[in-house]
Design a protein around this ligand. Sequence first.
Ligand code: NAD
Length: 487
Amino acid sequence: MTIKTPITIAYGDGIGPEIMQATLKILTAANAQITPEVIEVGEKVYLKGYTSGIPDEAWEVLKRTKVLLKGPITTPQGGGYKSLNVTLRKTLSLFANVRPCVSYAPYVATKCPNIDLVIVRENEEDLYSGIEHRQTDEVYQCLKIITRPGCEQIIRYAFEYAQKFNRKKVTCFTKDNIMKMTDGLFHQVFNEIAKEYPSIEHDHYIVDIGTALIASNPEKFDVIVTLNLYGDIISDVAAQVAGSVGLAGSANIGNQMAMFEAIHGSAPDIAGKNIANPSGLLNAAVQMLVHINQPETATLVENAWLKTLEDGIHTADIYSQAYSKQKVGTQEFADAVVARLGQTPTHFKPADYRPGAYTKIECYGGRPKTQNQKQLIGIDIFIDNPHDVPADELAAKLKSIQSPLELIVITSRGLKIWPNGTIDTPYLRHCCCRFQTAKDTSKLTSISHEELIRLQSEINKAGLDVIKTENLYTFDGILGFTLAQGQ
Ligand code: NAD
């Protein structure tokens, strides 16, 4: 007797219940060996007072089953409600967002008929850490956090995925021409890990030209690995170009848990009308079947779905005079897929998930092999300067403070405004004052934390508002900070 895999089901909001019902109908008919356990998440739960959209008792079910198939969620406007997806990704350590993006021409309209790429997006770091501050009346900041273990984990996952799914190339997208340290680390780790997979090609694009190429020549990409924000944006660009926004599924993968969902939202405008396309959730369910090692069922379902598309049985969103034969509702579409279980497509390449080949990929971020020699050599002190005290005056005030540290440069929004500021009317209300133990970076020596604290205290006593500090370190003698524009 086959042991059934317990999975958690969340119907979600809007069109969620009807597309989930259609999807489960197909999975049941395909004899998927699953035992669904239902949890309630989303709008109703938010309105009961759970600001994260998930009740306490649901976590226990999730942690037991380790797999979630989730319908789309409506996040109520305002009121401090937190995105359920972000909560799930973070709490369950779902570090990889995996979005296959395929065009189904000519049955689904697209300008690029040959797209077959997979975006592997880092899911836990970057600007999505949610660390934001308002520092002055006018200035807000959001911290971009990138860690070496985080880079190693997602990049290794992308290469492992490419290897298991017989993909030929992994492409990395970063903006390391500008963010030399954070994106630079991602690119560097990509180059390091790529060497461990010599049979897989690898290349790198700056994210702006890379995104333009997704929009114009997406067929040149195979697997793309990138940071959280870029991945978020390029996933939607790729899905839009492929014409598959309503058809694509996505997986959020962790080493212990995984969540599968459609990429579209809850579509409240068409909810309850039996016209929504269930294909996005169904494709997510196919990814889930592969993940729980039921590849034969995944193959059966995907092929029946492809055959349904080819046969011109279409929901309203993809209906066309030229290629559709019958316009059907959500449940009738599911019935058409069920009727084709066991058939294979003739126009599209049939799915073929081989038994044993696709068991779940576990990836852990490595640790630095050696401990770097870390030396504290200075501090950046950010000052709120609401009365636009000119940079020369500010510098004179700071230089009058007794300290073993030397004022090296004052910058505003990364641009040098002292000494020898190059623009006539610099922005003065947010000044970063850099103090180092020596101006010449080859002569830097160590300084104590006490000395840095004393300096801040003296600056405050001089009537200046210290809003933030960043310690300046060298690592094995290499600067752990960027130089200001013009420094
Ligand atoms: P949406 O994806 O729900 O809808 C955009 C458009 O696409 C609408 O015209 C809709 O009718 C159509 N559409 C979407 N899915 C469809 C389907 N399966 N079949 C046919 N047509 C479909 O995006 P939105 O309107 O911006 O967001 C609505 C709600 O969904 C918001 O509350 C948003 O926060 C939420 N949302 C949730 C998720 C998620 O749970 N993962 C993702 C995105 C948006």
